[in-house]
Design a binder for this molecule. Structure first.
Ligand code: NAD
Length: 499
């Protein structure tokens, strides 16, 4: 019998009572592995109420004590790394080495969060006026909500809750209904690390649960990562209710390959960046911008055998380089983009549709697909496909390549491969994207820097993790005080100025 998952509210596993359920699949076999309860608005409200109740005591817990919970959580994450990576793979499909890497990137945010006592240190100015001192502190917001996508079941939630919690907030996470098990396990591990009940809650669900969080009066801030239309909706809905919002959206990441680049290195980099995690990464490179026909021809020649030899298989196969897509619907959507590219007149150099994976015939597999001679008007260029489909666009020179990238509606990440410092510097300075790689194909910032895109890849101003994360989950208070109180200054009716 298929297991039925639960919510995690106030330190307890709680059964769903809405009567609505979704199926969770193993994408490598196509089998249903669990039923997930889809919360009603009132169940989501229970999680918010538990978080609101836990907030005052947690806010008043000294930052060092809060950080110690994170230290213990970090140890538990390391101890359960294989288990967590296995959970990620079993519901998302990505190969185990990739899943392990994604858990580790989340763990690094926890390591950053361990520095909270230092990160939350305020500023003090003595004698801003005679006998007057000023200090600034950052205080937590209250209940924060996180809504996360399917493609990083561990890492993206860990971009959010470790920092929110260590800053003294309580948290309600609405994880993607396609990959719920990892986040539920993370919440259990937090409890084992000593986090008081109610500080971290996980509510499973779909739009109904999300809307309940966006409109609940006791939710003060919302972090979202997912597709652009939903990010825009989340930002509009929550900010119109006065909540602080950061909503990270979709992407179409370009890698510019200059004529002086090492083409072997560029081709290897493109393989990992375009086909790793079956292209289901918001930082995946999905457009190779070749500067000059010679570069394009040479690149296509190098990519073709590499894509043809990609080892596609289930996460349980240690030799597999690329797993299946997350659901049958997503497989159909990505395949239909390949059909569309052919209709639009692009040259399909490698067709990964209908791969045969012996023993896993029911899985949601798609082989690597490669298009050449793609132009800027084609939908396969303009739209996010989010699968193992790489397109080559040919441009005559650097300026045209830069303009192409800057004209695109998304601006998440981008990369340039070149040996020329002037070109690299000019690209980094002028490109309209939030994260830039120079001979680095996937420039995902480390936990102590911040992650976020530009243009329609991010709604709101503040990026996630690093100091931006600390700023997002706290608000500034500045206290001005005069001691001793015995000094008489008389009444002043003008703007206070330093005397
Ligand atoms: P999605 O937008 O479909 O879902 C994200 C979350 O929103 C899920 O929890 C889902 O339940 C919820 N949701 C979906 N539709 C909703 C609606 N109509 N109203 C309210 N909530 C809704 O995204 P996905 O398919 O899970 O993830 C893939 C997308 O996420 C891609 O577009 C990818 O680029 C993006 N992504 C972006 C980043 C980034 O950092 N910018 C990182 C990872 C993924």
């Amino acid at each position: 019998m298929t297991k039925t998952l639960r919510h995690f509210i106030n330190g307890q596993k709680v059964e769903g009572v809405s009567g609505r359920f979704g199926d969770v699949f193993n994408p490598a076999t196509g089998a249903v592995t669990a039923r997930i309860p889809l919360a009603s608005a009132s169940e989501a409200a229970l999680a918010v109420e538990a978080a609101a109740k836990a907030f005052p005591a947690w806010r008043d817990t000294p930052p060092l004590q809060r950080a110690r919970v994170m230290f213990r959580f970090r140890e538990l994450l390391e101890g359960h790394l294989d288990e967590l990576a296995g959970l990620v793979s079993s519901e998302h499909g990505k190969v185990l080495s990739d899943a392990r890497g994604s858990v580790l990137r989340g763990l690094e945010v926890v390591e950053f969060a361990c520095g909270a006592p230092h990160l939350l240190k305020g500023a003090f100015s003595e004698n801003v006026g005679r006998d007057v001192d000023s200090h600034s502190v950052r205080q937590p917001l209250g209940v924060c909500a996180g809504i996360t996508p399917f493609n990083f079941p561990a890492m993206v939630p860990m971009w959010m809750f470790p920092l929110a919690i260590v800053c003294g907030n309580s948290f309600v996470l609405k994880v993607s209904e396609k990959v719920p098990s990892t986040a539920l396990r993370l919440a259990e591990l937090l409890t084992e690390a000593g986090l008081p009940d109610g500080v971290m809650n996980v509510v499973n669900g779909d739009r109904e649960a999300v809307d309940a969080l966006l409109t609940h009066a006791q939710v003060n801030a919302v972090s979202f990562v997912g597709s652009t239309p939903v990010a825009e909706y989340i930002h509009r809905t929550a900010s119109s209710r006065g909540k602080r919002v950061q909503a990270l959206g979709g992407a179409k990441n370009h890698m510019v390959i200059m004529p002086d680049a090492d083409l072997e290195q560029a081709a290897d980099a493109l393989m990992g960046a375009a086909y790793g995690s079956a292209g289901e990464r918001c930082m995946a490179i999905s457009v190779a911008v070749a500067v000059g026909d010679q570069v394009a021809d040479a690149l296509a020649e190098r990519l073709q055998p590499r894509v043809a030899n990609l080892r596609v298989g289930p996460a349980t196969d240690p030799t597999a380089e690329m797993g299946p897509l997350v659901t049958r619907e997503h497989l159909q959507k990505v395949s239909s983009y390949v059909d569309l590219g052919v209709q639009e007149g692009a040259e399909l150099l490698l067709d990964g549709r209908h791969p045969s994976i012996a023993g896993n015939e029911g899985g949601f597999f798609l082989g690597g697909c490669l298009f050449d001679k793609v132009t800027r008007n084609m939908r396969i260029y303009r739209e996010e496909i989010f699968g193992p489909v790489l397109v080559i666009v040919r441009t005559p020179d650097f300026e045209t390549a830069l303009k192409l990238v800057n004209d695109h509606e998304y601006g998440n990440g981008t990369a340039i491969f070149t040996r020329d410092g002037d070109t690299a510097r000019s690209y980094a300075a002028r490109v309209q994207a939030g994260m830039v790689g120079i001979n680095v194909p996937i420039p995902v910032p480390m936990a102590f820097h911040s992650f976020g895109g530009w243009k329609r890849s991010l709604f709101g101003d503040v990026h996630v993790h690093g100091m931006e994360g600390i700023r997002f989950y706290t608000r500034l208070k500045t206290v001005t005080s005069r001691w001793p109180t015995g000094i008489r200054t008389g009444a002043d009716f003008h703007m206070p100025v330093m005397k």
